[in-house]
Design a protein around this ligand. Structure first.
Ligand code: NAD
Length: 246
């Protein structure tokens, strides 16, 4: 499905990003593993991919910093020679009720989750325009559509990512660059493991399929959107949420 394609996944050392990197590699892609802090975990993902017979390497960058991202793109393009797939996955949470949310908590989340997508997309666009092809998949969230108390910063960022996806899809369509998003619901990762049992049970009551999703559930849809099977799809946001938001 992705034989010979070169991909970059941000925040790929664990959770959903790791699952996406492995899934793309399973389908034939070479993958650059971006990480911000945990080099050992990122290296472990790269090693797993190399064992599948694909190329893989790690690349450190803070997605919220344009300088850092430009350096990362240069390194990835010089190692691979081209870049066919960008998955903007890196994200953080700093949950708090609106009245208690600090300006720093708002700014950190907007900078990583929204500005990070803008900066990485801008940085990859020149290369993809030269190639006259490319697939960009943004990891948004279902709460960017539904809203969620205690997450004003996160919801604003993810709603922004959905808007950014539509605009970049329209701007880049004539260059054969496809831009889509996925909106996961509650997926079992370090992010959701931090929830209390009560919060966990409340979540289950909202999900028609009565279970949390797995990182692989997200990875498989990202792999589809990154492949030629999705060549007539752009600007869309696919819900991966067990039917929570219809
Ligand atoms: P996670 O915390 O396990 O992984 C996030 C990754 O992003 C980590 O590897 C982290 O190091 C990296 N990261 C954070 N800030 C970064 C930065 N500035 N630069 C580079 N990398 C950075 O969380 P996850 O659940 O795997 O989340 C992955 C994505 O999926 C996020 O965008 C998240 O918002 C989104 N998402 C998750 C869920 C869920 O239920 N887990 C639901 C909807 C959306």
């Amino acid at each position: 499905m992705l034989n010979g394609k070169n991909a970059l996944v941000t925040g790929a050392s664990r959770g959903i990003g790791r699952a996406i990197a492995l899934e793309l590699a399973k389908q034939g892609a070479n993958v650059a593993i971006n990480y911000s802090g945990n080099e050992a975990k990122a290296q472990a993902v790269a090693e797993e991919i190399k064992q599948m017979g694909r190329e893989a390497f790690i690349v450190q960058a803070d997605v919220a910093s344009e300088t850092s991202v430009k350096d990362m793109m240069k390194e990835v393009v010089s190692q691979f020679g081209s870049l066919d797939i960008l998955v903007n996955n890196a994200g953080i949470t700093r949950d708090n009720l609106l009245m208690r949310m600090k300006e720093t908590e708002f700014d950190e989340v907007i900078n990583t989750n929204l500005k990070g997508v803008f900066v990485c997309t801008k940085a990859v666009t020149r290369q993809m325009m030269k190639q006259r092809s490319g697939k960009i998949v943004n990891v948004a969230s279902i709460v960017g559509i539904s809203g969620n108390p205690g997450q004003a910063n996160y919801v604003a960022a993810k709603a922004g990512v959905i808007g950014l996806t539509k605009t970049t899809a329209k701007e880049l369509a004539s260059r054969n660059i496809h831009v889509n998003a996925v909106a996961p619901g509650f997926i079992s990762t370090d992010m959701t493991d931090a929830l209390t049992e009560e919060q966990h049970n409340q979540m289950l009551q909202m999900i028609p399929l009565e279970k949390l999703g797995e990182p692989e559930d997200v990875a498989k849809v990202v792999r589809f959107l990154a492949s030629d099977d999705a060549n007539y799809i752009t600007g869309q946001t696919i819900h991966i949420d067990g039917g929570m938001v219809m």
